[in-house]
Design a protein. Structure first.
Length: 123
């Protein structure tokens, strides 16, 4: 749930409180710490997100540097791990847990559909 929250917060417009209070959400940490060609520019923009143009540029860098993809990948991996654990458990009625688990990956499925990308073979 935290990764979902971090993704939503970093793409909010106007800039979410995570930007203004210098909280380090996962996408922001990625863009600030992973070596990529736009890292210095992202760090510079991080303190200027009250300006809508700076926010848009910083959010664009989150996409182009791989921060958003990294978070989506983490969501998919964690969903798969949780699904495997759930399948290994001998529960008399796992339907509610399965439904809960599927609900956590639904925003990722929706994102893939929205951008017209092929979803991973299995979540």
């Amino acid at each position: 749930m935290q990764i979902h929250d971090d993704l939503n917060d970093c793409v909010a417009n106007p800039a979410n409180v995570d930007w203004h209070q210098e909280r380090s959400s996962l996408p922001i940490l990625f863009a600030q710490n992973v070596d990529h060609s736009q890292r210095a520019r992202f760090v510079e923009l991080r303190n200027q997100v009250a300006d809508p143009r700076a926010l848009l540029e910083a959010q664009t860098i989150l996409v182009s540097c791989g921060a958003i993809s990294y978070c989506v990948n983490e969501l998919v991996l964690r969903h798969r791990q949780a699904g495997q654990l759930l399948a290994e458990m001998e529960l008399p009625n796992p339907a509610r847990l399965v439904k809960l688990l599927e609900g956590t990956i639904e925003p990722v499925r929706h994102l893939f559909e929205k951008v017209g990308a092929a979803a991973p073979l299995s979540f």
